[in-house]
Design a protein around this ligand. Sequence first.
Ligand code: FPP
Ligand code: MG
Length: 340
Amino acid sequence: MSELAKNSVVSRVKKRPDIIRLYANITKDLDKVEERLKLYSRSHNKLIAEISNYLFQKGGKRIRPALLMLCSKMLGYNGKEHILMSTLVETIHTASLIHDDIIDNSEFRRGKESIHVRWGPNITVLLGDYLYIKALGTSLQSKHHRITQILTDTSTRMIEGELSEYCMSGNQNLAEEDYLDIINKKTASLFSASCQIGGILGQASKKEENSLKEYGTNIGMTFQIIDDLLDFIGDEKILGKPVLSDLSESRITLPLIYTLNNDGKENRERIAELMKKKILEKDSLEEVLKIVKSNGALDYTSKKAEEFSLKSREIISQFPKSSHRDALALLPEYVLSRKK
Ligand code: FPP
Ligand code: MG
């Protein structure tokens, strides 16, 4: 990584807002979400109970529930439905991750073996389906019937994004625009839906609801670009999942797209040669990493993430000032400087 990128990442991490402070207003409600998530482990079905118990131990950042709650409360919501709705978005997120780990051949998540490594892919697919359908079905309990429609549309978009990513793997002609479209669908859509649902609970006007959707999309884009950056420069122990896993499986993300478009002919040809293999071995991974670190791709990626985070801050700053809005304005900064 260039000195510039190293400095900006280091200074950013030093200034990183503390998640405990960000969640100060909603700690009790987030604890209630934890309790609800634990209910899956009381299932009469032994496997559902056992795997859910493993899955829903604390450890996730719970960003989507936090966004939903903060958006609703910023608009003055003081009912109880936000607990259930936050549980549902976290459930859909979890279901998508256990499927994703099968698709991506990822063996670790949150510092522990992935579900498919412990229980095998067949059971894992079924458990993902179970959580996902359960969440959609439960959303019908809301008096806001639009929420079920939003969650179904979002899930469809997530699947479309994941499918496009899979089909594009190894395709060195992937354009930045296509990459942004993929991450918008697979990741940012659930961030956006979480904020929108918060808005619906808080009786947002159409204009406010659209702003919250936009805010969520931009913070979600920031999240995924940083996720892809951390795959190159993150620390495995802190991340709780292996680094260089995108590259090793030929998933082309922004640092590589930048490299393939901007590096010199020699390096581009070398990468093309190395990536002829579908799975890259350690030596090849290190060689590609060295090239990516040398040409400004990491600075570029980090700046792109910053652009999305600034956009989200700009959108949220248009809401009236409150402690909830302050937390929503700081969350993009947290996502940008996150190390896990
Ligand atoms: C993680 O991306 C994956 C996602 C954000 C979305 C996955 C979506 C699906 C599997 C579609 C199925 C959806 C449902 C609702 C069942 P990543 O691989 O870049 O991140 P990672 O490094 O954390 O694995
Ligand atoms: Mg993955």
